[in-house]
Design a binder for this molecule. Sequence first.
Ligand code: UT7
Length: 330
Amino acid sequence: MSVLRTDSSPALRSVIVGTGSSLPEQVVTNAALTGRVDTSDEWIVQRTGIRQRHIAAADETTSVLGTRAARAALADAGLGAQDIDLVICATSTPDHTFPATATQIQAALGIHQGAAFDLQAVCAGFVFAVSTADKFLTTGAARRALVIGAETFSRIVDWEDRTTCVLFGDGAGAVVLEARDDADGRGVLCASLRSDGRHREKLYVDGGPGSTGTTGRLRMEGREVFRFAVGQVTDVIADVFAQAGVTAADLDWFVPHQANRRIIEASADKLGIARDKIVLTVDRHGNTSAASIPLALDVARRDGRLRAGDLVMIEAIGGGFSWGAALIRW
Ligand code: UT7
């Protein structure tokens, strides 16, 4: 099956000029979950690497978290509302069925020009959103984009299902991408996106406005998703390496979707990526779906690991299945 390729124009590149993130104040440890379902700190740490997650308060909706992350990214970039002409919010937990959460964030930030829309590719949403924004910027359709991953999965997990509720957390991350023609090789180099809807039943929400008229709850065959995540996603990674003419040895940082430490390390081992090049946040954040990669990027940039010129690979797989990878020269 062919892979949808997305080469950037060499003349115009989308450069990340700011990052930001936002986590709810409430931290829920594994120990706290043992009072809710039949589980243990030992099981969760051993099987997933997760030690805690942040859970949103009632008034912390996806747009609230996304707005905070976007504001931090704008401040980091030294830019204001007037500078942004595209807002993309990757989310599967929108505040409302419509309007788009991106438009809520746009309004909250005082951005009154350009376009704003949500993108739904579940855990792969941020990779899909970066690739989409890159198309707008490298074709000249927009100049500066806010790309946000924001989620409140605590609202859609079944808190009585121990096989899923211990895995997820809430949060948001954002980047500002700017079209530059003097990028010195920096920016989004390439991306590769894939979907295969035949895997719907392995990870889905059992409701929606067009079916049950309810929000529904998350359902997952964990072992099947695990197997696919480690076994199959190498196609998009091989594709971005081939497009950019680089290998795993050239990477400075691997920033994967944070679902499970075992998936991340098994994938890195399979690809020949050294463990010390992995940015890992799943221990503190849990699985925040589309927010996990921009949250991890912000952590690594602020603690000094990510530096201008570094070669970074982002990669994710989620419901659908949809999966993708992108290479970014930071
Ligand atoms: O972000 C989107 C993508 N999602 C993912 O990538 C998640 C992928 N899947 C996974 O990360 C793992 O499959 C899980 C963490 C969900 C599960 O780990 P596993 O090693 O595949 O465990 P399992 O499902 O094979 O379950 C092993 C045992 C079962 O008991 P039996 O049947 O062996 O008696 C489960 O009932 O662990 C039991 N179990 C639990 N025990 C304590 C399942 N959940 C729990 C729990 N606490 N929370």
